[in-house]
Design a protein around this ligand. Structure first.
Ligand SMILES: Nc1ncnc2c1ncn2[C@@H]1O[C@H](COP(=O)(O)OP(=O)(O)O)[C@@H](O)[C@H]1O
Ligand SMILES: [Mg+2]
Length: 226
């Protein structure tokens, strides 16, 4: 990954499934717009080019470790080219709901070599800030079961045969993902937030941290503010 010198800022929210990323991104987007910033958002597996291919392949359970990694990398490569970089060039704040770190954590747990995965994503841009929403396994399970009514096959790592019991599989798979996230959070100086806090409390910290980042940039005339 390389540093960028576009006028905009790339802000990443990371964390496992159901941790509250979308909730926080939406609130941040509204706030930044009200504050007069140009804002773009981008979500994992949302590229025009490839997201439907990934969906279809998952339905058929047709992905192996390598093709899983490569398709998701292609998804991000497409979004960088079509959305993220143009927005950064225009001076926008780009809010990314998951980024390369999701792949680094997930692909390794799915059996990919850690150095290989990082090399694959060499094309990506280094974010200006990474926030990591951290939650212990049990509250995450409770939240997912109450709000979604069940566990997702892939988010439970069922396809890679960790356990035939969906619940056990979720616990084992997600705890390994969390372990990888936490290692990266330390090594890459992510800002770790307690995802068990109330939504508003998390949002407050996010706004405070972004406020500091954007204050400097607004003064230097980099990001666009109407
Ligand atoms: N801090 C929080 N405390 C309790 N529930 C939350 C919190 N943040 C989000 N939720 C709820 O958890 C569910 C998953 O949130 P969502 O933002 O969709 O997660 P993600 O995008 O990370 O998968 C939603 O029903 C949401 O309302
Ligand atoms: Mg979401």
């Amino acid at each position: 990954m390389h540093n960028h010198d576009y006028p905009g800022k790339l802000v990443v929210i990371e964390g496992t499934d159901g941790v509250g990323r979308s909730t926080q991104v939406e609130m941040l987007q509204n706030w930044l717009q009200v504050e007069g910033f140009g804002v773009s958002t981008t979500a994992w597996k949302s590229s025009q080019l490839i997201s439907k291919v990934i969906e279809k392949a998952k339905e058929k359970n047709a992905l192996n470790t390598i093709t899983f990694s490569l398709l998701y990398a292609t998804d991000l490569a497409d979004r960088l080219h079509s959305t993220i970089i143009p927005a950064l060039k225009a001076g926008h704040i780009v809010l990314a709901d998951r980024y390369v770190y999701t792949a680094f954590a997930r692909d390794v747990v799915r059996g990919a070599d850690s150095t290989w995965v990082r090399k694959i994503y060499d094309f990506a841009i280094k974010p200006d800030r990474v926030f990591y929403l951290k939650i212990p396994l049990d509250p995450l399970l409770r939240r997912i079961i109450t709000t979604r009514g069940g566990l997702d096959f892939y988010e439970s790592g069922r396809d890679i045969g960790i356990s035939t019991d969906l619940y056990q599989s979720f616990k084992l798979y997600q705890s390994q993902i969390m372990f990888e996230f936490e290692r990266m959070a330390e090594a890459n100086r992510f800002i770790t937030l307690n995802a068990e806090d109330p939504v508003e409390a998390i949002q407050k910290v996010l706004r405070r941290e972004l406020g500091t980042l954007l204050m400097d940039e607004t003064l230097s005339g980099s990001v666009v503010r109407s």
